[in-house]
Write a new protein. Structure first.
Length: 265
């Protein structure tokens, strides 16, 4: 089996191609499953270039479910969503997640304080921070996110390195705390190949994180974070190489918010 669980669509405002084209791309590449996981409406700001609006969510759900029916027998289409962790909006996020039949929810931290730190338009703010403290705050936020029980997958677990701004300290103790919480809550993480397409030039999360996760028995899944049909499954050869080198022989797939481990392709 091979699957890509992190695929975006034009509904987020910063992706190209159609949902159908993304599914067709996965079919051509011989995938057994594709998970459409666009951005849940960002309730902490109204920016149509970053996510769909709340009123667009029903259309998103119906379109993905329609593709699921249309491609039955060719590929399994999973209904996913990428939901931001931002404490002031958690109640409304939970309501939206409970209202729809998602197969899985990717939890992501894109904002700390008032800063969407992975937005290229905001990169200059890195010049004014203590990068080590920022990494620690980010990993602590991810741990808090996992503890809510709202999410199935931790998305791009070290997204803070996107612009190749690196911590100078050993992050292993903080990785271990996060992974311990993930194991306690039954949450997995994704090996996300999008980092290879950004200045950091490295898969999310870094190899040390993946190796430690394997040692601790935390399950993993796969995602390209594609924003165009051509990038579905992109660089999965490198992702599989990293997983095998780290000690993984299985990956997690999802249906109806239930996790199942299957052999790596």
């Amino acid at each position: 089996m091979m699957f890509d669980y992190h695929v975006h669509t034009p509904m987020c405002g910063h992706a190209s191609g159609t949902m159908e084209e993304a599914v067709q791309s996965a079919v051509r590449k011989g995938f057994s499953e594709i998970g459409i996981a666009d951005h849940l409406p960002l309730l902490y700001m109204d920016d149509p270039t970053l996510s769909m609006r709340p009123e667009d969510l029903p259309l998103y759900i119906d379109t993905v479910l329609g593709l699921k029916d249309r491609f039955q027998g060719q590929i399994e289409v999973r209904l996913g969503i990428e939901a931001d962790y931002y404490p002031p909006t958690l109640g409304e996020v939970e309501r939206m997640l409970d209202a729809h039949p998602f197969d899985y929810v990717i939890g992501s931290v894109h904002i700390l304080g008032d800063w969407i730190f992975d937005d290229p338009r905001e990169e200059e703010r890195y010049e004014d921070i203590d990068i080590d403290e920022f990494y620690i705050a980010y990993l602590e936020a991810e741990k808090e996110m996992v503890a809510t029980g709202l999410y199935d997958i931790v998305g791009h677990a070290d997204l803070v390195k996107k612009f190749d701004r690196r911590a100078s300290i050993d992050l292993t103790p903080h990785y271990r705390e996060l992974l311990s919480e993930m194991k306690r809550m039954g949450v997995c993480f994704e090996v996300n190949t999008a980092g290879l397409r950004w200045p950091v030039g490295e898969i999310y999360p870094e190899p040390d994180f993946v190796r430690l996760a394997a040692e601790m028995g935390v399950p993993v899944t796969l995602g390209s974070d594609s924003h165009c049909p051509e990038d579905v499954g992109r660089d999965f050869d490198l992702a599989l190489e990293l997983l095998r080198a780290s000690g993984y022989g299985e990956a997690a797939n999802f249906k109806g918010r239930k996790i199942k481990l299957v052999p790596l392709a």
